[in-house]
Each structure stands twice: as structure tokens, then as C-alpha cells.
Ligand binder design. Structure first.
Ligand SMILES: NC(=O)c1ccc[n+]([C@@H]2O[C@H](COP(=O)([O-])OP(=O)(O)OC[C@H]3O[C@@H](n4cnc5c(N)ncnc54)[C@H](OP(=O)(O)O)[C@@H]3O)[C@@H](O)[C@H]2O)c1
Length: 242
């Protein structure tokens, strides 16, 4: 399905982005991975295999995105997985770190979407990453969840704005074992390996649906919270304060 495609993955040096790069490469696609760290990119490229490219680009540095896209585009798909995560209680949040999370996750995704859309072939995909954490605000979700909820809204509005020039998709993963979730000190229901997550994501992106969300046993209870009366939903989520 992805044979002969050229795919740019921003955030492709680790975790889900790297697993997607491997899976697309195995299908015969040419993969370009980006991130901020050259060594991490080189190491990931070795794991992905020969014939692919790594280019340093920072989602919050628009010039670096334009340079990478001009050098390697046009693309059949652009996947924006770049994000940072800093969970914890509001009372303990460092405002500078919080601002950085907003900047990388939300402004960075906006930058990739705006610049990337100009470097996608007609009908190609722009894939944005939300999270199960975006479905309903949970205690200690903090700015990370808020940025992911913002990305959901961005993806929805871009979907109708850009179709059919660009096929905008949203990915909503549950818990996946990556450096991002390694910092969690709580039980992660439905935790899966990056390769399995990538497999589900690629299948979803091969289909026609706007959103690829998994695993169901985590996603549906969270979606249910959103349709319950607020008093009931907050009675349930207040018990998750820990
Ligand atoms: N893992 C999960 O359970 C989970 C669940 C739901 C949603 N997600 C979402 O899935 C996506 C991938 O997460 P992951 O778990 O695979 O994370 P990860 O392993 O931490 O990988 C994040 C990637 O983003 C890159 N990155 C970070 N900041 C960047 C920036 N400013 N510009 C360019 N690249 C940047 C990182 O490389 P450098 O640091 O070298 O730049 C790395 O390649 C994220 O959007 C995350 O929010 C993950």
C-alpha cells in the first residue's frame, strides 16, 4: 500500500514515530525522519534500515521545517508525532516547562501542519497526533492533555478546510511503551509496544476514517465520560486524583 511513497515523520527518532517509520519502510516506502537531535536520528536510521533519510528539524523552528521540507519533499504523507510530556499536579507545575509543552505540542503541530500542507502531494495525508488524554480532562493531565485536546480541534478544522487537497487524519493512542510514558509511575491499562501501535495506526491510515483510536477498552470509557452529565462525569474523575 505504501510502496513508492515518500513519508516525512517529525518525531521519527523514537517511540511511535520510529515504529511507524520502520513499518512504512518495510512496506517499501521511502522514509524521512526528523527530530531535534542528530545522534538520536542517526541511531534510529540505523534501526530503520538503509536508503532512508534523517534531517534535523525542530517543530518550533519554522525555518528548519521549511528547509527539511524543501530539501526532501514533496511527500505522500506527513506525520507529526513530535511532543513532550510533563505530567503532575497543577500545584507542582513549573510554568516555564508548562509553556514549553504548549509551544512544542501545540505551536509545533500548527507549524508542521501549515508548512507541511504546502509540501504534500494532492490527496496525500497529514497525520496529527492527539491522545486518549485529550478525550476528557483527567486529574494531573495538566497542560499535556490540554495541548492534545487543542490538536484534536486543529485536526477537525483542518480536515474540512483542506479536503480534498490534503487528507487530514487524527491518531488517538492509548498507552504505548516509549520514552514518553517511561516517566509514568502509575498503572497504564492496555499498555502496548510501539510496533503493535504502529501496526494499528498504519491500518487506520489505510482506511477511510478520520480518527484512528485504540485500544477500545480505554477509548470508549473515556468517550462515555464526555457524554455523561457533568456532575456524574466529575464524580467519577474526582476519584482518580490519587
Ligand atoms: N506513548 C504513548 O503512550 C502516547 C499516548 C498517546 C499519545 N501519544 C503521542 O504520540 C506521539 C509520539 O509519542 P511517543 O510516545 O512516541 O514519544 P517519544 O518516544 O518521546 O518520541 C517523541 C519524538 O518527538 C521528537 N521531538 C520532541 N520534541 C520535538 C521538537 N520540538 N521538534 C521535533 N521533534 C521533536 C523526539 O525527538 P527529539 O527529542 O530528539 O527531538 C522524538 O523523536 C506524541 O505526539 C504523543 O503525545 C503517545
Amino acid at each position: 500500500m505504501a510502496s513508492n511513497e515518500k513519508i516525512w515523520i517529525i518525531g521519527g527518532s523514537s517511540g511511535i514515530g520510529e515504529a511507524m517509520a520502520k513499518a512504512y519502510a518495510a512496506r517499501g516506502a521511502l522514509v524521512v525522519i526528523s527530530g531535534r537531535n542528530q545522534d538520536a536520528l542517526d541511531a534510529a536510521l540505523t534501526r530503520i534500515g538503509p536508503g532512508h533519510h534523517a534531517v534535523v528539524a525542530d517543530a518550533i523552528d519554522r525555518n528548519s521545517l521549511v528547509e527539511a521540507a524543501s530539501q526532501h519533499g514533496p511527500f505522500d504523507r506527513i506525520v507529526s508525532t513530535a511532543a513532550i510530556y510533563n505530567p503532575g499536579a497543577l500545584s507542582k507545575a513549573d510554568p516555564d516547562e508548562a509553556a514549553k509543552v504548549f509551544e512544542v505540542n501545540l505551536t509545533g503541530t500548527f507549524n508542521v501542519a501549515q508548512i507541511g500542507a504546502q509540501h504534500i502531494r494532492y490527496g496525500g495525508q497529514l497525520v496529527l497526533f492527539g491522545s486518549a488524554a485529550a478525550i476528557f480532562g483527567l486529574p494531573n493531565g495538566q497542560v499535556y492533555s490540554a495541548t492534545k485536546a487543542g490538536i484534536v480541534n486543529l485536526a477537525q478544522s483542518l480536515r474540512s478546510e483542506l479536503w480534498p487537497q490534503v487528507d487530514v487524519r487524527l491518531v488517538t493512542p492509548g498507552f504505548v511503551r516509549t520514552p514518553l510514558t517511561d516517566k509514568n509511575d502509575f498503572a497504564m491499562p492496555g499498555l502496548m509496544e510501539p510496533a503493535e501501535a504502529a501496526d494499528r495506526i498504519l491500518k487506520g491510515l489505510d482506511g477511510k476514517g478520520f480518527e484512528t483510536a485504540f485500544p477500545r477498552r480505554l477509548i470508549w470509557p473515556l468517550k462515555l465520560l464526555g457524554v455523561l452529565p457533568h456532575w456524574l462525569a466529575f464524580a467519577i474523575t474526582a476519584r482518580m486524583r490519587g
